[in-house]
Design a protein around this ligand. Structure first.
Ligand SMILES: [Zn+2]
Length: 137
């Protein structure tokens, strides 16, 4: 099975995030001027426009905000997966990310809004960067 699409570099705003993922860390930004939590990785605060962003490491713990079950995907990396859960997860530090819920027998029944989940990093067959996904705890 082909690997999922990988990030392509150079890309100033997201490369540090992906390098942290490679080290098994999920990171986000906090604005040092207005304290806003900023995700996805970018060069400026989404609230005040400041470029004074501090990188922090997430605990990786979160809650399913919402999800959908994909039953068929023609992209080669996903074509053989069968049904899988695509979800927005609210991390405990205050940011939301689009991801997958893994480790469930039946994603149509075993994923719930409000479910507690923890990040893990799904290794790929090719490419340098694992993909952050979440597993119920
Ligand atoms: Zn700010």
């Amino acid at each position: 099975m082909p690997s999922r699409p990988q990030p392509s570099f150079p890309e100033h705003d997201t490369q540090p995030y992906w390098d942290a993922v490679k080290d098994g860390k999920l990171t986000y930004h906090v604005c040092t001027d207005c304290s806003a939590v900023v995700f996805t990785p970018r060069g400026q605060c989404t609230e005040c426009g400041s470029d004074s962003l501090e990188v922090r490491e997430s605990s990786g713990m979160g809650t399913v905000y919402t999800y959908s079950v994909i039953r068929q995907n023609r992209v080669p990396a996903f074509a053989e997966l069968g049904a899988y859960a695509l979800a927005y997860v609210d991390l405990d530090e205050g940011f939301r990310m689009l991801t997958n819920i893994v480790g469930v027998a039946d994603p149509t029944k075993d994923v719930k809004i409000g479910q507690r989940v923890k990040v893990e990093f799904e290794a790929q067959d090719t490419g340098d960067y694992p993909i952050p996904v979440f597993r119920p705890v």
